[in-house]
Design a protein around this ligand. Structure first.
Ligand code: DUR
Ligand code: ZN
Length: 156
């Protein structure tokens, strides 16, 4: 990805902080998800008085895209901080990592954590989900191709 595209994603994710609905935690998060189709899907976190229905910024963006028929993604940029002041990197929570596993290739999908357009780190989904469980784990193994689906097997 070009540096220009990375900076664009960061700016769009920062723009989402204004829409973040966080009357309970006051921790605002914004996301910008880049589809392989070139489209950018935005997301913010949306909290709820019952707490558990809260949706993270990352899943908001992913679900918006999937609801439009888009299943192939290149990267996501995430920014966040208390009252929208970005003081640190905001890594995706475990639930969002698992949702990413459903649609994104762990070795390819890029997760950009940013504090600003000049301060960011790029990871792969694999970095956040070693030994992750995904759709491939549900596939029956081919009779002639009994390849392990995981890198390391601790079971024997
Ligand atoms: O990566 C993250 C981490 C947290 N949150 C939200 C959930 C909740 O609204 C608030 C505090 O956890 O931040 C996200 O949206 N994304
Ligand atoms: Zn999350």
């Amino acid at each position: 990805m070009t540096e220009r595209k990375i900076k664009e994603l960061i700016e769009i994710a920062i723009g989402q902080l204004a829409y973040s609905y966080t009357p309970y935690s006051h921790f605002r998060v914004g996301a910008a998800l880049l589809g392989k189709n070139g489209m950018i899907y935005t997301g913010c976190n949306i909290e709820n008085a019952a707490y558990t229905p809260t949706n993270c910024a990352e899943r908001t963006a992913l679900f918006k895209a999937v609801s439009e028929g888009v299943h192939d993604f290149e990267a996501i940029c995430i920014v966040g901080g208390p009252n929208g002041r970005i003081e640190d990197f905001t890594p995706p929570c475990g639930v969002c990592r698992q949702v990413m596993m459903e649609f994104c290739l762990p070795e390819e999908f890029q997760i950009i954590l940013a504090k600003g357009t000049e301060d960011y780190r790029i990871f792969k989904l694999k970095d956040f989900m070693p030994m992750g469980f995904g759709p491939g784990n549900l596939e029956e193994r081919q009779e002639k191709n009994e390849t392990a689906k995981t890198d390391i097997c601790y079971c024997n």
